[in-house]
Design a protein around this ligand. Structure first.
Ligand SMILES: C[S@@+](CC[C@H](N)C(=O)[O-])C[C@H]1O[C@@H](n2cnc3c(N)ncnc32)[C@H](O)[C@@H]1O
Length: 188
């Protein structure tokens, strides 16, 4: 047995929580890897809201989802995840929200997630999470602005009320080069 890396561990947790028919969010679509993973879990009766500010990322993800037969249950939204609240009704309950922060590998490295919009989306995600639902955040600190965003996210999650949320950090602590780490929020 080998320990999961941070990204794999996020999937290990999410697949134990999400059921067919659920409503879930990929807050940072990028190449669509998490979107595809979520779409397979919720199935055709479920719904994935996928956000990205880069149209090319959405276009490539749309093609990939069509080829893999997972297009039907995914709504790709060309807008920042900070607009998540506008896509939800008062009765919507989210079972999972995935954030993969930073820049798109192989894409424009100057387009990065930013503290203010990440925190706004995170607040909406927490407000609309169902009981036992989870939010995962892959956090990167190695790029310009990454440390600042990570500090804001850490401040937000450590301030979440313990009675309502559990927050876990999954991080390898003996590696060089600032590897990404994972934060997991679960609603009790
Ligand atoms: C690390 S990549 C995501 C990787 C993706 N999960 C995958 O599997 O390929 C981060 C993505 O966040 C997007 N992004 C940046 N700011 C955003 C925002 N405010 N709302 C939504 N997406 C944003 C970027 O365009 C980029 O595609």
């Amino acid at each position: 047995m080998q320990l999961d890396n941070a990204l794999t561990f996020s999937h290990t947790i999410i697949e134990q929580v999400v059921l067919p028919g659920d409503l879930v969010v990929d807050a940072t679509v990028g190449q669509g890897n998490d979107t595809r993973f979520l779409a397979a879990l919720v199935g055709k009766t479920g719904r994935v809201l996928g956000f990205d500010i880069q149209q090319t990322a959405l276009d490539e993800t749309r093609t990939m989802l069509t080829l893999t037969g997972l297009r039907q249950q995914v709504e790709l939204i060309h807008a920042g995840h900070e607009t998540l609240a506008q896509k939800l009704t008062a009765t919507d309950q989210l079972s999972a929200v995935m954030f993969n922060l930073g820049y798109l590998p192989g894409g424009d490295h100057s387009v990065v997630t930013k503290a203010a919009s990440t925190i706004a989306a995170l607040q909406t995600a927490c407000d609309n999470l169902r009981r036992s639902g989870v939010i995962t955040l892959m956090v990167y600190t190695g790029h310009p602005g990454g440390e600042k965003e990570a500090a804001a996210v850490e401040q937000f999650v450590t301030g979440l009320p313990q009675k309502t949320f559990q927050v876990l950090r999954y991080q390898y602590i003996n590696q060089q080069h600032q590897p990404p780490y994972l934060l997991i929020i679960q609603k009790r």
